[in-house]
Structures are given as structure tokens and as C-alpha cells.
Design a protein around this ligand. Structure first.
Ligand code: NAD
Ligand code: 9W1
Length: 475
């Protein structure tokens, strides 16, 4: 008899343990890394100092669904420092750092349900545990990623009221769980929720769709719309982790090599910058004339992939689009050219095409690194099977970048809890709060800000202490 992985983690029926993690003995290692990350997350630590004493999250019962990582642990403990009770699960079945989860779970009063490599049933089981307080109640705030929790509650309500969950795209495992509850359960949980903050672009899109359909059960704040979230996360996060991923996967020298970056949006700008920093000769491909001109003005050659494919040493996709690097492109590449994806779509590089093509043979090098050999004997080195290489071959964004993102999350939770956000629909944080998040990170970098005189403020037509730009300013 095989023991299902669910059994290894799920306590016997009726027993409600405080947490479920892979290996509690990893707690000490996790705690050391969390302590080091605190110094690299000055925004979160400043919020603890500035807001902690007033406990603006006292009475908040927050259920969070977001990658359980070392950085997220610092977020969780910041929410607690502001007075919140927190229950947590990961927003993806593979994104848990087990040592971070163990360190969180080791603290009395913190409940976390997360381990790396979950089945869909385990994943939803964890989300369900994070929603269930030991006193039988639910959360009053959600901290959401990809709108996972909000879609679950919306689907639950739809299941109870109309029987149809067509408006919410969830997998079969989620539907199995929806049907398992008493007929009022999901409405009861949702009715206690004052609002949700959302981390990603994709999640904000889901929320907009639910809102447009009139079925968003509570107000939401899209943290992604803060400049200090999206610009920093996409550009500076990827500038850091692209090189990290390439080095861990291949350790190939980048100086002097020809690197192609497909797409010159925020992610592409960070990638091109990082590769140039290593001394690579960088060529950019673009479809948008504005971004193409930006790349040219930044000193990159802008060409089509077809023009450079035979000479490229490294090809990185950052478009969010489909079929950017095809099997034909890879067939035309130099021997052992490195191919990797930094954009969101799993189909920027045609991995399935490689698998199905009778001309190709896969030779594994190590986890997340494969050589794909063509009939003529030449090969390409493909990272993470075409999925995000900075997650598959490295460990995502650095703490400092996540500090900016997560400071926005904390401020969004405080706004929702204080009642400042009441109206239904999807909101964004004010530009003043966005500027505050940036301000919280200046001291750590020894930045000395210039202060406007009243005359100068009048000339610009802005308040002396901000906001310093109009709402439609593009950074
Ligand atoms: P963006 O829209 O600013 O940039 C994408 C660019 O690609 C655009 O300028 C677009 O014109 C260009 N493009 C589209 N199709 C193209 C094609 N066929 N050839 C060349 N260029 C093309 O988006 P962004 O913020 O840079 O994000 C890009 C992707 O990266 C998204 O899918 C996003 O979800 C993902 N992302 C990944 C990470 C990560 O950790 N790896 C982090 C943030 C975002
Ligand atoms: N998020 N703490 C993998 C990360 C998975 C992941 C994902 C990050 C962070 C992009 C958020 C293998 C951390 C997270 C380490 C890791 C993300 C998906 C972070 C980068 C985004 C789908 N998306 N992110 N650190 N996994 O870096 O929370 O190592």
C-alpha cells in the first residue's frame, strides 16, 4: 500500500494542530536566515518601530496565502508586531521554503500550513486550515496572492447560492473541497471578511473581473499598483536574480558573450542591465516601438531574434507572451547556447515543442538544467524547462526588494482594518503611502533627500511634504 503524501501531513480527523510543515527541525536554520533578512528589510522593520506601539492591527485576524519564504516570514512577524493574529499558507504548491515555514511554526501563536511540493488537494487543504481559527471563527482580513483566497471564497458562495462556479476558474481539487463544507460555510467566512490586499498583477485582474461581475464579496486593495511594488519587484528583483540563476545553473562567464533579451518592459530592462553589468554584449528584441526606442537610447542594439539567433550565447525571454523562442530558433542556435525564461508565461520558450520534436533528445545535467541535443549533434542548454529561471535555478527576489513590496502589503492591511477602505471594488494605495514606502528604505542606503523650500513647492504646485507627482506620472 502506498501512503499518500496527504497522510504524511494531515493530522488525524478532528485533531487541529497549530501548524503543518515538512520538518520542524529546520526551525533553527530558518530563524537565523529570518534574522539576517530583517536587516535587509528596512521598510518592514521601520513599520514595526513606527506603528508597533499604537498596534493598528489589534483585533485583526489575517489569513495570508503567499509563498512561505524567509522574506514572507519577516512580513508575517511585522503584521504580528502591529497587533494582528495571523494564519498562513503558501500561494503556490512549490514555493515554500521549508526552513522558513518551520521557523514560523516554532513560534507560539503563529499557525502556518505549508511545505514544498504539494498535491492540489494538499494545497487547498492548507488554505482551508489557514481560514479556520481555533475558536471556530474565520479571518477578518485576507492577504492574497493571485486572488487565491478571494476566488476560493467567491466560488464557495457561488456554489452555495447558485450551484454554479463558472465565474471563478479553480481546479478540481478546490471544487472537491467546496462541496465538502456545510451549506452555509463559505458565506459565513466571507461575511466576516472586511477586505483583501492583493500582491500580483494577475490577482488584481481576477479581482477586477469578479468586481465587474458584481460578485467581489469585499473591498480589495491591489498592492501591485504601487510604484514601489511593481517597478521594484519586476525591474530590480529580476536584475538581481537573473544572474544568480544563470550562475547556479551553468557558471558560464557572461563577459564578452552575446546575450539576447526578448522584451524590454520592466523585467527586460532589469535583465539587460544585469547582463551589461557582467560585460555581456546585449541585443534586445521588441514589438513595441516605444520600448524598442528606449532600448536603443539606453545603448542596446535592437534586432529580431532571427537576425541574432545563430550567434547568441544566451537568450532570455521577458515578454509575458507565447512562442517567443520556438524549436526552429533553438535548432538554429550555436552549440550549447543557454536559453531561459524570466517572463510569466510558461510558453515563452516552446518546451513542449522540444519534447514532441522527434529531432531532439533530452540529456539531464542536474535538476532544472537540461541539454537538448538536435540530430546534427548541436545542443541548447535549457533552464527550468522554460519556466521562470530565477525561481527554478535561484531563490527569487532578494529581501530588500521584497521589503518594498511587503511594506505596501502592511500599509494596505492597516488601511483595510482602520475602515479607510469601505467601498466595494478594487482600490490602490495613495501616492503618499507609496512615497512613504520609498522613504522607509532611504536610511538603510544612506540616502540624503533634498527638502523643497515653500517657494519651490509653489513653483511645482505640490505640497511641501508630498505627494510630489501627479497621479498619472509614469516613473
Ligand atoms: P511589460 O509589459 O512591461 O514588458 C513586456 C515587454 O515585452 C513589452 O514591452 C512588450 O512589448 C514586449 N513583447 C511582447 N511580445 C514580444 C515579442 N514577441 N517579442 C519581443 N518583445 C515582446 O511586462 P513586465 O513587467 O516586464 O513583465 C514581463 C513578464 O515577466 C510578465 O509576464 C510578468 O508577469 C513576468 N514577471 C516575472 C518575474 C520573475 O520573477 N521572473 C517578476 C515580475 C514579472
Ligand atoms: N515571494 N518571497 C521561490 C515566487 C513562485 C519562490 C515564487 C518572493 C519571496 C516572484 C515572488 C525557489 C521565493 C519564492 C523563493 C523561491 C514568485 C511564484 C519572490 C519572486 C514571485 C509563482 N512567484 N518572488 N522571496 N517562488 O522572490 O515571496 O526560491
Amino acid at each position: 500500500m502506498t501512503i499518500s503524501p496527504l497522510r504524511e501531513h494531515v493530522p488525524p480527523d478532528g485533531a487541529r494542530s497549530a501548524s503543518e510543515v515538512a520538518d520542524p527541525s529546520l526551525a533553527a536554520v530558518g530563524r537565523r536566515e529570518i534574522e539576517l533578512a530583517e536587516t535587509e528589510m528596512p521598510g518592514l522593520m521601520a513599520l514595526r518601530r513606527q506603528l508597533g506601539p499604537a498596534a493598528p492591527l489589534a483585533g485583526a485576524r489575517i489569513t495570508g496565502l503567499l509563498h512561505t519564504t524567509v522574506q514572507t516570514a519577516v512580513l508575517v512577524e511585522t503584521l504580528q508586531a502591529l497587533g494582528a493574529q495571523v494564519r498562513w499558507a503558501s500561494s503556490s504548491p512549490v514555493s515554500t521554503q521549508d526552513h522558513a515555514a518551520a521557523a514560523l511554526a516554532a513560534v507560539e501563536g503563529t499557525s502556518v500550513f505549508a511545505w514544498k511540493e504539494q498535491t492540489p488537494d494538499e494545497f487547498w487543504w492548507c488554505a482551508r486550515q489557514a481560514l479556520a481559527w481555533p475558536d471556530g471563527g474565520g479571518p477578518n482580513l485576507l492577504l492574497d496572492d493571485g486572488a487565491g483566497l478571494t476566488r476560493l471564497l467567491s466560488a464557495g458562495i457561488a456554489h452555495e447560492v447558485t450551484g454554479s462556479t463558472d465565474i471563478v476558474a479553480l481546479d478540481e481539487a478546490a471544487h472537491r473541497m467546496l462541496a465538502d463544507e456545510d451549506p452555509q460555510y463559505w458565506r459565513r467566512v466571507a461575511s466576516g471578511v472586511r477586505g483583501a490586499s492583493e500582491e500580483t498583477t494577475t490577482g488584481a485582474l481576477h479581482l477586477q473581473r469578479l468586481s465587474a461581475a458584481g460578485v467581489l464579496p469585499f473591498p480589495a486593495v491591489s498592492v501591485n499598483d504601487s510604484v514601489t511594488k511593481s517597478k521594484f519587484d519586476n525591474r530590480y528583483g529580476c536584475r538581481h536574480s537573473l544572474i544568480d540563476g544563470l550562475n547556479r545553473a551553468t557558471d558560464v562567464l557572461l563577459g564578452g558573450k552575446l546575450a539576447v533579451v526578448c522584451g524590454y518592459g520592466d523585467v527586460g530592462k532589469g535583465c539587460a542591465d544585469a547582463l551589461r553589468g557582467q560585460g555581456a554584449r546585449v541585443v534586445v528584441t521588441e514589438v513595441d516601438p516605444i520600448c524598442a526606442l528606449q532600448a536603443a537610447m539606453d545603448g542596446y542594439q535592437v534586432l529580431t531574434l532571427e537576425r541574432v539567433v545563430a550567434e547568441a550565447d544566451v537568450v532570455i525571454t521577458a515578454t509575458g507572451n507565447d512562442s517567443v523562442v520556438t524549436v526552429e530558433h533553438m535548432a538554429a542556435m550555436k552549440h550549447r547556447a543557454i536559453v531561459g525564461n524570466m517572463g510569466h508565461s510558461e510558453r515563452e520558450i516552446d518546451f513542449n515543442g522540444l519534447v514532441e520534436d522527434p529531432r531532439t533528445r533530452r540529456v539531464p545535467v542536474k535538476p532544472q538544467v537540461d541539454e537538448w541535443v538536435f540530430e546534427d549533434g548541436h545542443s541548447v542548454v535549457l533552464l527550468s524547462e522554460g519556466r521562470l529561471l530565477n525561481l527554478g535555478n535561484a531563490t527569487g527576489h532578494p529581501s530588500f526588494v521584497m521589503s518594498a513590496s511587503f511594506s505596501n502589503q502592511v500599509l494596505a492591511q492597516v488601511e483595510l482594518h482602520s475602515g479607510a477602505v469601505q467601498e466595494g471594488g478594487v482600490h490602490t494605495l495613495s501616492r503618499l503611502l507609496d512615497e512613504k514606502v520609498a522613504q522607509l528604505h532611504l536610511d538603510a542606503l544612506r540616502v540624503e533627500l533634498t527638502t523643497l523650500t515653500q517657494h519651490q513647492a509653489d513653483v511645482l504646485g505640490v505640497p511641501l511634504h508630498g505627494p510630489f507627482k501627479s497621479d498619472n506620472y509614469r516613473y
